[in-house]
Design a protein around this ligand. Structure first.
Ligand code: 6GU
Length: 225
């Protein structure tokens, strides 16, 4: 799977890309991430990509030319045009169903905004999907792009060490399924033990206990909303 990220802050990504699952996916050639600086497509001698809003008002707006021209050039670099996604708090809310859908794609192009927003003509011309990671406002789409990549790559076969370990994850089986409580050694820590059922080797009982506790956690979380 190939990701192309268009951003004003490419230096944010290398640390994240070099770690953990993602690094493993890249090393095994299951994942490719290309980070592009939007300033490459600025026509301005100062590499400006933002400007003041027509009609006045605070803040700056991301200009149309660098984004449209950057996306067009990058899209043309492979035969698969991929899915074009604009990261914006006005987008469709990201959830595990959306993650699964994106994971069926071979190529995602992620455009990170900054400033007060995108020039509307970026959306009118490129007709991207608009994606938000939740109902709050970030300073830019970069962290959201990492969230998308992180969630999607773990569904790519071969990226997780244990092929089955994403199946029981919270939210993966059904839309609103929370994972059961997990324990590992030591058996006792500061008077806190481990439920006996997990130590008795009866796999049916363990499975039933896990189902019951996952259901309870799910119910509690939904009540709290
Ligand atoms: Cl994708 N971008 C920004 N700037 N803020 C957000 C977001 C994205 N998702 C939630 N808040």
């Amino acid at each position: 799977m190939r990701f192309d990220i268009l951003t004003l802050f490419p230096a944010i990504f290398p640390g994240y890309l070099g770690e953990s699952l993602l690094e493993k996916g890249i090393r095994r050639r299951l994942v490719e991430v290309h980070v592009h600086d939007l300033r490459n497509w600025s026509r301005d001698k100062h590499h400006k990509v933002d400007d003041r809003p027509f009609g006045g008002g605070p803040g700056m707006v991301l200009r149309v030319e660098p984004v449209v021209e950057g996306v067009e050039e990058i899209r043309g670099r492979t035969r698969d045009p991929g899915r074009l996604i604009l990261l914006t708090p006005q987008g469709k809310r990201f959830d595990q169903r959306y993650v699964r859908e994106l994971a069926t794609s071979n190529r995602l192009i992620l455009v990170c905004g900054r400033y007060e927003g995108f020039d509307q003509r970026i959306i009118d011309i490129l007709k991207p999907e608009e994606l938000s990671i939740g109902d709050f406002v970030l300073n830019g789409g970069e962290v959201a792009a990492m969230v998308v990549i992180d969630a999607v790559i773990r569904l790519i076969p071969g990226v997780l060490g244990d092929a089955t370990s994403s199946i029981d994850d919270s939210f993966s089986r059904e839309e609103d399924w929370i994972e059961f409580p997990q324990y590992t050694r030591p058996r006792t820590y500061r008077d806190h033990g481990v439920p006996d059922v997990l130590l008795n080797g009866n796999h049916e009982e363990i499975a039933e206990w896990r189902r019951a506790h996952a259901a309870r956690r799910t119910e509690r979380l939904r009540e709290a909303e």
